[in-house]
Design a protein around this ligand. Structure first.
Ligand code: QAP
Ligand code: CO
Length: 158
């Protein structure tokens, strides 16, 4: 079931999300609803707070070369922790909670992600490029931060 998306400047987007402790059927239903919401909104990533639940959950579904999204590559990421950040990358980001606004943002190019799946199993992945950008964008949501707060100031005299 598709859920309503919380949009800027709704202050709920500033909440710090809380860790998941119970990996039960309520969680699984919520993950399925997040997936429907992300796909029906044409998103590649979604954090739980964007559907008004302040829990440390995010979904990522990266498109392939033809821009197709397949559920086979869906990542359900719970209680994420980033380490080994390396390098920088600039990517034009958008956000379902900031509709029709896109800007270049600098992020880490590579990182390691430790997280849990819907059953509470501990997993690790190495990410670079767009996946690394998307992980950082979504974890920012869990910490109450939007990409528009990371816009650089312009140079003076320009
Ligand atoms: C976050 O963003 C992201 O304005 C996910 O009208 C962004 O799915 C990760 C969207 C960039 C990596 C790189 C935005 C859909 C979707 C809009 C999204 C819109 C319709 C944004
Ligand atoms: Co976003």
């Amino acid at each position: 079931m598709k859920l309503p998306v919380v949009v800027y400047p709704d202050k709920r987007l500033k909440l710090i999300s809380k860790p998941i402790e119970n990996f039960n059927t309520d969680l699984h239903t919520f993950l399925d609803d997040m997936y429907d919401t992300m796909i029906e909104s044409n998103g590649i990533g979604l954090a739980a707070i964007q559907v008004a639940k302040a829990q440390r959950i995010l979904l990522l579904c990266m498109p392939d070369e033809d821009g197709e999204q397949s559920k086979d590559v869906l990542l359900e990421i719970i209680n994420p922790k980033v380490s080994n950040e390396e390098g920088t990358i600039v990517y034009q980001e958008g956000c379902l909670s900031v509709p029709s606004f896109y800007e270049d943002i600098e992020r880490y190019e590579k990182l390691t992600l430790d997280y849990q799946d819907r059953h509470g199993k501990a997993l690790r992945l190495e990410a670079e490029g767009l996946l690394s950008v998307a992980i950082q964008h979504e974890i920012d949501h869990l910490d109450g931060k939007l990409f528009i707060e990371r816009l650089p100031y312009g140079r003076l005299n320009d």
